[in-house]
Design a protein around this ligand. Structure first.
Ligand code: ZN
Length: 250
């Protein structure tokens, strides 16, 4: 959306700042909240909408701001009330924040978004630890939508959202089937190893799946001595899990 881009770019000229923060690992994203059954639905329009006026330069005029600070996973509205936009996701008709930030409601098109608290949009660099959600698992790669960089805030990343974990970068052991290591909707912690192809690795004990959902009933799987077990239907699944699985600690 145009108004977000304006907001996001407004103070994006501090590459030095980004570099200095590059290796800071102190910031912990404390909660990786429900990612739910559905992925984002960015273009869900429920009401006839007026075309946007390109002449309007100031997003403030069209944006009714509720100064409401939210954390990832916080319920911010329903898809009946709003069209979910950046920094949000929809699960069962509820709209949740994917980022820490301020809720913005655009009164004009009834859209809702979360403006991240980080002022400078971070650039991903090789060596960064990222958090993301698995969107697809193929024979040789798992695709990951990057949601945040450790130590750099959680959203509005400048250079890439989509990344891949190749089967050779999953763990320090032979991977028979990638489907045994990752599944769609998994929340993963991974390290960036290649920017050009946006490749990630999970080879390391603290890297891997942080949160996974039962393929049968969607409940959050519990770590039971290295195996993941569904507390509801008792199904067990395997993943390349992080030692931090289930802790929410990034
Ligand atoms: Zn289950």
């Amino acid at each position: 959306m145009t108004s977000r881009r304006k907001l996001g770019k407004s103070d994006a000229k501090e590459p030095k700042d980004i570099k200095e923060n590059g290796l800071e690992l102190e910031e912990e994203i404390e909660e990786i909240e429900e990612a739910g059954e559905e992925t984002e639905q960015p273009e869900q329009m429920e009401q006839p909408e007026q075309p946007e006026q390109p002449s309007e330069e100031t997003p403030r005029e069209e944006t009714e701001e509720k100064a409401r600070a939210v954390l990832p996973g916080d319920l911010i509205g329903t898809s009946e009330e709003y069209s979910p936009r950046n920094g949000t996701y929809v699960d069962k008709g509820n709209i949740y924040a994917t980022a820490s930030g301020i809720v913005k409601v655009n009164a004009k098109d009834r859209s809702i978004s979360v403006i991240p608290v980080t002022k400078t949009p971070p650039h991903i660099q090789v060596g960064d630890i990222v958090i993301g959600q698995v969107t697809d698992v193929k024979d040789s790669v798992a695709l990951v939508e990057i949601a945040g960089i450790k130590g750099k805030g959680e959203r509005e990343i400048v250079n890439a959202d989509q990344a891949a974990i190749h089967v050779s970068n999953v763990k320090d052991a032979y991977v028979k089937e990638l489907y045994y290591e990752f599944a769609p909707f998994d929340i993963v912690k991974a390290r960036v190893i290649d920017l050009r192809n946006m490749r990630l690795t999970t080879v390391d004990k603290e890297l891997g799946v942080m949160k996974a959902y039962c393929g049968n009933c969607r409940a959050v799987l519990k770590n039971d001595n290295g195996k993941l077990k569904c507390p509801k239907c008792e199904r067990t699944e395997t993943r390349k899990i992080s030692v931090d699985y289930g802790t929410g600690i990034v």
